[in-house]
Design a binder for this molecule. Sequence first.
Ligand SMILES: [Zn+2]
Length: 121
Amino acid sequence: MMFLLKTRREREAVIVQKMIKMYCVALHGTHAVLCKECESLSKYAEKRLLLCMYGEIKPVCKHCPVHCYSPVMREQMRQMMRWAGPRMIFRNPFFAVLHIINNLTSAKQKKESASKLNPGK
Ligand SMILES: [Zn+2]
């Protein structure tokens, strides 16, 4: 199904939505409808992808100079990815998934936790 989608962004959006659904069903016990938290995460992720200023030449977000996720959403997304990522790889094209996981476990995350370890620097 997702191979019919035209652009990489559309495919990414579909994969992210699937992962959030999987995550919410398994961890939050929901069925047809996402819980509030996952619903807003899903909307947020979709919006960020569609509004990405780089459009179809979007680089891997890891290497992108614009870190457009807010820290709270980034953390939520990271947790969701950590759970859903490995499960998703068995069902979907490996590279697409890998790309998205790379996006959200970015170099900036390491920098942030490093600065927490060295407060004041
Ligand atoms: Zn949920």
